[in-house]
Design a binder for this molecule. Structure first.
Ligand SMILES: [Zn+2]
Length: 195
């Protein structure tokens, strides 16, 4: 996960080698996969259902831009985008880009036989990417902070007698086990909370 312009870009896999920087996007989808190089979205057809998803070639292009921005001092690097689907998918994609099945990944990488990156550059880039990688811990902290914020919002709404689920009024009711607050819109809204 790299930071770019205050946002984060999450890359599935990066292979730093003497033959180029391979940027790999993996998709574990089943069914027919239809799409082309430039369209906004691709389509998965499974059990007669159609689901759209963001064109992974474009998604991976974004990942390469994120890498380039973070590795600006190496202007000559050759980046190789590869989109990998599991063998459960049935690829019907119209493109010359590398959109392959997982079993072909190693073969695809090995087709690049020209050394374009020196041993020293390779080690440097590898170390730099490791250092730039946003560790899960930080992201988890942000995520947890988000959850705490949500809990605080709910507490505020409840103390103001506003139902956090539907925005209706909360009224105090007597229950078997003591008083509780319930939504006035019951039974449409079943939000309750004990005092
Ligand atoms: Zn409610």
């Amino acid at each position: 996960m790299l930071r770019v312009d205050g946002k984060t870009s999450q890359i599935d896999h990066v292979v730093v080698s003497n033959y180029g920087i391979f940027v790999i996007e993996t998709k574990n989808y089943k069914g027919w996969i239809l799409g082309d190089e430039h369209g906004e979205s691709w389509t998965q057809v499974i059990y007669k259902r159609k689901e759209k998803f963001f064109n992974p070639i474009r998604q991976n292009y974004g990942h390469i831009q994120a890498l380039k921005q973070n590795l600006q001092e190496y202007s000559e690097l050759n980046y190789v985008p590869i989109i990998v689907f599991s063998i459960d998918a049935d690829l019907k994609v119209k493109t010359n880009a590398k959109v392959i099945y997982s079993v072909k990944l190693l073969k695809t990488i090995r087709e690049f036989a020209a050394e374009t990156i020196t041993e020293q550059q390779k080690e440097e880039i590898y170390a730099k990417l490791l250092a730039l990688n946003v560790r899960d811990k930080e992201v988890r902290t942000q995520h947890v902070e988000g959850i705490h914020k949500k809990k605080a919002e709910v507490t505020n709404q409840v103390s103001a007698n506003i139902c956090p689920k539907c925005g209706g009024e909360l009224i105090t009711r007597k229950g078997k086990y003591g008083d509780f607050k319930g939504c006035k819109n019951y039974p449409k809204c079943r939000f309750t909370i004990t005092n």
